[in-house]
Design a protein around this ligand. Structure first.
Ligand SMILES: [Zn+2]
Length: 569
């Protein structure tokens, strides 16, 4: 199926590729704008294909840096240097965040922003192409969310389009930017608050996924407030004079106990979780300081606020019980994601033309072995059929037993939401990861510097380049996008930031962890001048499986083939 799609796609564009440069005067419809756009799209697709080594190198490089949120120093240097070389003007230290930047090229309208996250996950270090846990550096951060891939996709797509804009003098400005510290939902609300997207006409965001896909409307995400509660008591000799102490750690524990009891009586849509980020120093000193860090997630802005206020009450109660004091810091925030219909529709048309990559037997073997290893719900390998366009998740209240109207369930969060509520935005997902893995986990790094990631990026870049041309050359799409934004998306719901003017980005987060692991990761930074790929540099046979994994995949494939044969009888 997929092979056919690609073949048709190739046949469709072959004439355009061959004759794209030739001046035509004979047929009148050659001057039709859509004909011109299709030719330009074919050229952009060819340029992306020709530049796939660069995509692979950017991807593998960021994978090897493995930097946690707010500490993306190497990624910052590497990407900004690359973009300056390509002729972009780069503004650095955006919104007071040292590792944030905005790179622009071109002039005039439309101004189109293209972004993707860059940070990784704690303790997710993993050798790519290996279907079982095998860290590059034990305990180190790693790209267990695949945020090493999106900038590669965006840069290759934007460079392909930039070349055409230069040649044909197409007006417009392209703006590349990173989602710094997305795992901490730590920056995008600040970009918006500080006006960095004020003049942007449309935004395409890319995020790794298991298929080449796009959605519109309410994406079914939760929004959130990330806040740390800092308790302060009094130190004392824990054995000699414990009565003189007031334990901040007791307060943290009581707050958590209170929250876990209250949890039963919260709406089913909420998701909340915490880590004790400071539990004191040593047992013989009553902890005078302790802190607990919560994510409070809900489906709507008022509910996020309410949930957070409940959290503050728990902290008050805990402070009362322990005779301690507390303050809190908001470390991050996000709205629930809502993406734009007209731009998603344009993107989906291009996705259909691009289709899915042709996976090799090795790609599928790695995927299946990883799925078995991680007990994925299905052992299905990589996607071979395009998803349909994602439709809005209903946010209309559902009436529960007892008569209470409740918003349907939500899940994770992404602060791209704050941009998506400020201007027409879509999220393009591309098939660089293996379906059915746990997420925020070392296993989600397995594919991220292998041919699976590399192909997924190139296919995503093709769809993105084509859509950028649509946005540049069909002003009606941006007009419709703003009409949707104004008349539908924000008709009843107005964006109000979850951060105030006094919050500052929590740029100190992850400093200690990176100080520990950066020197250990440095020897493993990718060197593309010596090695074609990161797999080659690490000396990894692709794919690497244990014998029992090979046998398990073989059994699984035989089982599904037998099932297919019997069902076709
Ligand atoms: Zn992510």
């Amino acid at each position: 199926m997929k092979y056919c799609t690609n073949l048709l796609f190739g046949l469709f564009f072959l004439p355009a590729l061959l004759f794209g440069q030739a001046k035509k005067t004979t047929k009148s419809n050659d001057h039709h704008p859509s004909d011109r756009i299709e030719k330009l799209k074919a050229e952009a697709v060819a340029a992306v294909e020709a530049n796939k080594v660069q995509a692979q190198q950017i991807n593998d490089m960021l994978f090897s840096f493995a930097e946690l949120g707010f500490q993306e120093e190497e990624s910052f240097k590497y990407l900004t240097t690359l973009l300056e070389k390509e002729g972009f003007t780069v503004q650095k230290g955006v919104a007071g965040i040292p590792t944030a930047w905005i790179a622009t090229w071109g002039s005039g309208k439309p101004l189109i922003a293209v972004g993707s996250d860059i940070d990784c996950i704690p303790k997710a270090s993993q050798k790519p192409g290996v279907a079982y846990k095998d860290p590059i550096v034990e305990g180190a951060p790693g790209h267990g969310e695949g945020h090493n891939s999106g900038q590669a996709l965006n840069i290759v797509a934007v460079l392909a389009v930039k070349k055409l804009m230069e040649r044909d003098k197409i007006p417009g400005t392209l703006m590349l930017w990173p989602g710094v510290a997305e795992e901490l939902v730590g920056t995008k609300a600040f970009y918006i608050r500080d006006g960095y997207f004020k003049n942007v006409d449309a935004c395409i965001f890319t995020h790794v996924g298991n298929n080449l896909s796009v959605s519109w409307g309410d994406n079914g995400y939760n929004g959130l407030i990330s806040a740390r509660f800092n308790f302060e008591g009094q130190a004392a000799h824990a054995a000699g004079a414990p009565w003189r102490g007031r334990s901040a750690l007791d307060a943290v524990e009581l707050m958590n106990i209170g929250w876990n009891f209250r949890r039963e009586h919260l709406e089913l849509t909420q998701r909340s979780h915490y880590v004790i980020s400071d539990g004191g120093d040593q047992p013989n000193v009553v902890p005078s300081k302790a802190a607990v860090w919560y994510y409070f997630r809900e489906r709507t802005y008022p509910k996020i606020k309410k949930l957070f206020e409940t959290g503050i009450k728990m902290a008050e109660g805990a402070a009362l019980m322990t005779d301690t004091k507390f303050t809190y810091d908001i470390l991050g925030s996000a709205w629930p994601v809502h993406t734009n219909r007209p731009i998603a529709a344009a993107m989906y048309e291009n996705i259909k033309k691009v289709g899915l990559p042709t996976w090799s037997d090795d790609d599928q073997l790695l995927a299946r072995a990883s799925q078995i290893e991680l007990q994925a719900p299905k052992v299905e390998g990589l996607a071979t059929k395009l998803d349909s366009m994602g439709m809005p998740t209903s946010s209309a209240p559902v009436v529960m037993m007892g008569g209470q109207a409740m918003t349907p369930m939500g899940g994770g969060s992404d602060d791209i939401a704050d941009i998506s509520w400020s201007l027409p935005t879509i999220v393009l997902r591309y098939p660089s990861n293996i379906p059915g893995l746990p997420g925020h986990h070392w296993a989600n790094a397995i594919s991220m510097a292998t041919p699976i990631a590399h192909k997924g990026i190139v296919y995503g870049a093709k769809a993105e380049a084509m859509t950028l041309l649509d946005l540049l050359l069909k002003p009606e799409i941006i007009k419709e996008a703003w009409a949707y934004y104004k008349d539908e998306q924000t008709k009843d719901i107005k964006y109000e930031s979850l951060i105030s003017s006094k919050e500052q980005p929590a740029i100190y987060l992850n400093k200690k962890i990176m100080a520990e692991f950066k020197p250990k990761l440095e020897p493993f930074y990718y060197n593309p001048s010596k090695y074609k790929t990161y797999l080659e540099q690490l000396g990894i046979t692709y794919p690497t499986l244990r014998d029992d994994q090979r046998a398990a995949v073989k059994k699984e494939v035989e089982k599904s083939t037998a099932a297919k044969v019997s069902s076709s009888r």
